[in-house]
Write a protein that binds this ligand. Structure first.
Ligand code: SAH
Ligand code: SF4
Length: 412
């Protein structure tokens, strides 16, 4: 295979304390770490059943749980004082029992010339996570067989008469602080894994951003992609709890959510058995195991064949396609013979699929290069000629380091 400049180890100068080394073989990619225990007093993030338990504890009627859920997940209250459907005495009882709303807060905003906004959102400790709002999305959902991939409806644009009746946007959500997977082209990998986010911290990013944007579920076409910092399937329980909460309480349709994984097979197999689940995207990024192993050491644990076998277990909805993401790295995986290999691989896999090509976004200390002008389009054409639907993701918010793989720029 034609390869050029494929570092086997993260460049030394960019390695920070706590950063994972190239250890795909030895790493324990365990799914079940829990978030920090102090998050327990936050109400935001609790399922309706757990809110009912809280209500029972403070000896109030079961209907109060419904009001509480409504205020947290539809009313987006910031503190208990705003829980106006409850009498003051009852709110005080809740507070004196150690509960607070605990909706994550946006502490810093970076705005791009293209309208994209990147936020630092504070959870329960001093650490922040990154979340991105992309007006009009980045075409990532195109052609995946769901309503999220449709073009905006007529009238969705802003006109001189005033704001649009509804808007279309994609929110890119983080699932961990840092990441243990150590993909060689990704900036988040440089952080190593710092901690898992709780369900409340994951779903809370969505609500904090919707609140800031004045967006409304139902009226606006909001898509969610779990493609920010971290590997969602290495924080499986909290990630899925957040997804369930977003569907059941916040009201986001599951067909408007996509989770991306680097190919954590036990996570994909659990996902296959979920009743409610987002759409699935797999970060393929290479056309064979040899190249993939070098850029994604996790391939040594689960190779492409293992990942595809697991994906085949996921019962797809009518018209649904699995998205395969493919970051184009100049001279490494972006030649037409790689496109042929990807097409052959996906045809053999016999899965309804589509490919999202992503032009690699550079980051400090990462020694790859972008594909040459025209190479992404040529790669896309080749895949389409070979019968594989392919799209090139629009880079969003490059000037504020909000694009794929650029999250946690602020750390350096
Ligand atoms: N950890 C998950 C989800 C977050 S990464 C995963 O890897 O799938 C989201 C996407 O960004 C992945 O497809 C990844 O391959 C891509 N990505 C990472 N670093 C990138 C970079 N520097 N430029 C472009 N895409 C990148
Ligand atoms: Fe982690 Fe995804 Fe980055 Fe790989 S690409 S290091 S899995 S965030």
């Amino acid at each position: 295979m034609q390869t050029e400049r494929m570092p086997l180890e993260a460049p030394k100068q960019a390695t920070q304390p706590g950063t994972a080394t190239d250890s795909g073989k030895d790493s324990d990619f365990s799914i079940l770490d829990s978030p920090r225990p102090e998050a327990a007093s936050a109400l935001f993030g609790l399922s309706f059943e757990r809110l009912s338990v809280v209500c029972a504890k403070i000896e109030t009627q079961p209907y109060r749980a419904k009001q509480l859920a409504e205020a947290l997940y539809r009313g987006w209250i910031g503190d208990l004082g705003e829980l106006t459907t409850w009498p003051k005495a009852l709110r005080e009882r809740l507070a004196s029992d150690g509960y607070r709303v605990g909706l994550p807060e946006i502490v810093q905003t970076f705005r791009s010339a293209d309208g994209t906004e990147r936020y630092l959102i504070a959870g329960d400790d001093e650490k922040t996570v990154e979340t991105v709002w992309m007006p009009e999305g980045d075409d990532g959902e195109s052609g995946d067989g769901s309503e999220a991939g449709e073009s905006p409806a007529v009238g969705a644009e802003e006109s001189a008469a005033g704001p649009a009746p509804h808007r279309r946007a994609t929110i890119c959500v983080s699932s961990q602080i840092g990441c243990a997977v150590n993909c060689q082209f990704c900036l988040t990998a440089k952080l190593g894994i710092q901690r898992n986010l709780s369900a409340g911290e994951i779903a809370g990013q969505v609500v904090a951003v919707l609140k800031r944007q004045g967006a409304k579920i139902g009226r606006d076409r909001i898509n969610l992609v779990f493609m920010g910092m971290g590997e969602p399937f290495l924080n499986y329980d909290e990630f899925m709890a957040a997804a369930r909460l977003l569907v059941a309480e916040v009201g986001v349709a599951e067909s408007r959510m996509t989770v991306s994984t680097s190919g954590i097979v036990p996570g994909i197999l659990r996902f296959a058995a979920e009743k409610v689940r987002p759409k699935l995207a797999i970060s393929l990024n290479a056309s064979n195991d040899e190249v993939r192993e070098r850029i994604m050491p996790v391939t040594r644990k689960w190779d492409i064949g293992d990942v595809l076998d697991a994906v085949r277990q996921v019962p797809l909805r009518p018209k649904e396609r699995v998205t395969f993401e493919y970051v184009l790295l100049g001279g490494v995986n972006d030649r037409l013979e790689h496109a042929d290999e990807v097409a052959a691989l996906l045809r053999r896999a016999n899965l309804p699929s589509k490919v999202n090509l992503i032009v690699w976004n550079p980051g400090p200390g990462i020694e790859f290069r972008k594909p040459e002008a025209g190479d992404a389009a040529a790669f896309q054409r080749r895949l389409i000629e070979r019968g594989i639907p392919a799209f090139v993701r629009k880079p969003r918010g490059l000037d504020i380091f909000a694009a794929c793989g650029q999250l946690k720029r602020t750390v350096s």
